[in-house]
Design a protein around this ligand. Sequence first.
Ligand code: NAD
Length: 427
Amino acid sequence: MKNTPFQNYLLNLEKAVSVLGLSKEESNILREPENIIEKKIKVELEEEGSKELNAYRVQFNNARGPYKGGIRFHQDADINEVKALAAVMAIKCAVADIPFGGAKGGVQFNPKHMSKRDIEKVSRAFANAFADDIGVDKDIPAPDVYTNSSVMAIMLDEYEKIVNKSEPGVITGKPIELGGSLGRENATAQGGAYVLQEFIDTIHPKKKDLTVAVQGFGNAGSNIAKILHYMGYTIVAVADSKGGVYSSNGIDPEHAVKVKHEKDDLTHMYCEGTVCDLEKLERDGAKIIKNEDVITCECDILIPAALDEQIHKDNAKDVKAKVILELANGPTTPEADEILKEKGITIIPDILANAGGVTASYFEWTQNRNGFYWSEEEVQKKLKPIMIKAFTDIWKMSKEKNIPLRDTAFALGVDRIIQATRHRGRV
Ligand code: NAD
């Protein structure tokens, strides 16, 4: 039977415990969350009438700073999933070395096709129910799956009504007008690009003409395709849930973004429905591909930026890339990890590769607390050294211990949390 997300987290923890030689008492700190808060929230929906929804906030660990993590609205957001996501947030914040712990929240319902008004009701009900549990120095939520800056704006509004004061730093991922940070929108991709470039400079400083395939063309995927294109990489494949395009001559990501925006389908770069412009395809050395084909296409660097578990035991053996930059959370299953390791493929793990997102949330929180706001250039200038330091710390430890980057990143994060815990005298 397939492992649950929390079991997978525990497997990674076990490896870190053995690398670091932690005692049982120390490792137990990270085996269970500090707080699991479960509530029923009642909402009167316009379309579905009166509803009682399961809502959670899991506060995993706060040894390094206030709990931090997103809130997802999803029918599968059960406690097991939210627990695993909260744990990984704690490790990710420690890897980026930002002063936050880890948390995650969720409301178990399907928001697809729900009216804006009903989403607002759920958002207000969540903020109301958890107002005592969150706080600018306590626990700072952010967007996650099917929540966005508008949901954060509503939650902030509700929270501020309850506490009767302005407190923008209680939530990150807000609209700019409510104290959101410039540069947050593409920080995940930008952070991933900094890490990738540092990795390439470390192993192949003279290497040019590297080709990149990107799976997922939303916030993370489309932004990294654009950033790497301007850095001189050749984007040879892009795909989203409806399929995509492979072109050995290279794809212009700006054009792909335009087509996706106008037609909501990347294949429209060459096709109208099922009718494709064969001449244009041939001229560009291009072909239409299915969304899963991007994983096994010919390229130097593969960037999963869509869903979890996209690289699994059935397709891992056919991966041709030499490097995988995990912008998505959990895109590689543990079985695939082993297969890729055998093949000598380097994985730059999610807890490092996509940590630019939470780092920009930290910048948002800092700006809110100081009431002084930075330009986009300043945000990037501050993001780059944090991402490069995280990579360098992991790279060095990986060489010293002779273990893969994922195991190293996990061990580094765990080590930093345990050190903070020791300083507090908790172990
Ligand atoms: P998004 O909703 O903006 O985009 C997701 C994209 O994936 C869409 O283009 C969608 O069509 C595509 N997709 C869905 N199923 C697919 C499939 N089977 N094959 C190919 N494409 C598919 O989401 P996002 O914010 O870009 O997040 C993507 C991933 O990155 C998630 O795993 C998320 O947790 C992770 N991540 C994002 C951020 C961030 O700041 N956006 C931060 C950290 C991690």
